[in-house]
Design a protein around this ligand. Structure first.
Ligand SMILES: Cc1cc2nc3c(=O)[nH]c(=O)nc-3n(C[C@H](O)[C@H](O)[C@H](O)COP(=O)(O)O)c2cc1C
Length: 442
């Protein structure tokens, strides 16, 4: 209720799709239209409000934004975006669970895999394209569904959809998108552009079924059921954001709140708070997969597999795909990096790779990361934060640029490994070392 009785447009719009009220507020709660005098008063009060220090900082950073051509790798894009983002968006996008161990290790895990390239192979005409659930992607990466793209850019998810179309890659749309599923579908470059839908299943089966039917009718091609983020996690960067902003707006003076020596509940809800409230936290293989099958004929992929046993159970449950993922290190700190899970799966249950499609996400920052995962049997690799940062800093062009960077790195890597197509990327081309390189790319 922080904004009750005030103009809440600027806080409401970036995190709520335009159909939120229609979908969630019963008609009898609509209390009529706003009278003209109030609108005028609101306008005047917004005009007179003045800008916050954080808004002024962002304005200055945007003025000094480097041209896109200077962004030569993903790290450059992330660093630029972090300078340009409002602090709240930066904190939400960057945050990870507890001490960010898993978040950091997701990336570092790739550094423990080295290549054994083959030479004297014909590598002209390298083709990095592949199929995901039967849909073609120009390179083996996809946009992993990540919430609230409009926190970073007014066009939000539309940037991602248009960028995916221009570059011929695939996009998974978050069920917590900041635009409506319809608006995102309408941004497709053609009705054939495939979109996948990521769902957090709601407790209420009817609401969940309604959502699945809605996206199916809009032409979405698959359901990615997220299973690793059902409960609210501890993301301290996000939790601290209001305190940071309070001190920052106070010209850097740390707020001297009167020390009240009584234990209080820490407000850990953060930006994502309301998003998990209606999640079904009692899902099971026996109950939930047959239920989804009863609602839709679309392929079902489980997103958030973190161990070999669950990968096998997903196969036995008949899922068309699995995503080895720990939510980018945002949920349970010390869950294994997906690259390590992939390695275990390859060694312990190689049959899984022929029985279902295996994807991986988390910590991917280089074309070589993508190739290492493909060598071990992943079909596609997802990226979350990198796309959020790219669209925040440079809109649709940023998304296209990011894909071009990865395409260049992937093609170079394939030619250097002695392969022409993704099918030729096999386990013999990588070796896991038990030491961590001295200068990991972080
Ligand atoms: C800001 C943010 C929001 C996210 N929102 C969702 C979401 O709504 N649903 C989901 O399944 N995963 C979500 N994810 C996880 C991503 O889909 C993906 O698994 C993760 O970001 C991969 O790690 P990376 O950021 O290192 O690439 C989110 C990730 C971030 C960073």
């Amino acid at each position: 209720m922080d904004h009750a009785g005030q103009d809440a447009t600027t806080v409401f719009v970036p995190v709520h799709p335009s159909d939120t009220l229609d979908k969630n507020l019963p008609h009898e709660k609509h209390l009529g239209s706003l009278d003209k005098t109030s609108i005028q008063e609101l306008r005047t009060s917004v005009k007179n409000k003045g800008k916050t220090r954080d808004e002024l900082r962002v304005e200055e950073a945007i003025k000094n934004k480097p041209p896109l051509r200077r962004m030569i790798n993903i790290q450059d894009i992330e660093e630029t975006a972090k300078k340009l983002l409002p602090y709240k968006a930066f904190a939400y996008y960057s945050s990870a669970a507890d001490d960010s161990i898993t978040h950091v290790e997701n990336s570092r895990a790739f550094s423990r895999f080295f290549f054994c390239p083959r030479i004297m192979k014909e590598v002209s005409g390298v083709d990095p394209s592949t199929l995901m659930l039967g849909y073609k992607s120009s390179i083996p990466i996809y946009i992993s569904g990540s919430a609230l793209a409009r926190l970073g850019h007014p066009l939000g998810e539309v940037n991602l959809t248009r960028g995916a179309y221009q570059t011929g890659i695939l996009q998974m749309v978050s069920s917590n998108s900041s635009l409506s599923y319809r608006q995102i579908a309408a941004a497709r470059g053609s009705p054939d552009q495939p979109l996948f839908f990521q769902i957090y299943k709601q407790k209420n089966d009817q609401s969940a079924a309604k959502r699945i039917r809605e996206v199916e009718a809009l032409g979405y091609k698959a359901i990615f059921l997220t299973v690793d983020a059902l409960v609210h996690s501890n993301r301290e960067l996000d939790t601290r954001a209001p305190h940071y902003l309070e001190d920052y707006e106070n010209q850097g003076q740390v707020t001297q709140e009167k020390a009240v020596e009584e234990a209080v509940d820490i407000d850990t809800v953060g930006t994502a708070g309301g998003l998990v409230a209606s999640n079904d936290i009692d899902m099971t293989w026996e109950k939930t997969i047959p239920w989804i099958r009863s609602v839709t004929k679309l392929p079902v992929v489980i997103k958030g597999i973190q161990c070999v046993q669950d990968a096998v159970l997903a196969v036995e449950a008949g899922c068309e795909g699995i995503v080895l993922s720990n939510h980018g290190g945002r949920q349970l700190d010390f869950s294994l990096p997906p690259m390590e899970v992939l390695y275990k799966l390859r060694n312990e249950r190689p049959d899984v790779f022929t029985r279902t499609e295996v994807y991986i996400d988390g910590g991917v920052r280089r074309g070589t990361d993508v190739l290492k995962a493909l060598c071990l049997g992943a079909r596609m690799v997802g990226l979350g934060r990198a796309f959020l940062f790219a669209q925040s800093a440079y809109g649709e062009a940023g998304v296209v640029h990011l894909v071009r960077i990865l395409e260049r790195e992937i093609k170079f890597g394939m030619a250097s490994l002695g392969v022409r197509t993704v099918d030729e990327l096999v386990p013999d081309l990588v070796e896991r070392v038990d030491w961590q390189p001295l200068a990991p790319k972080l």
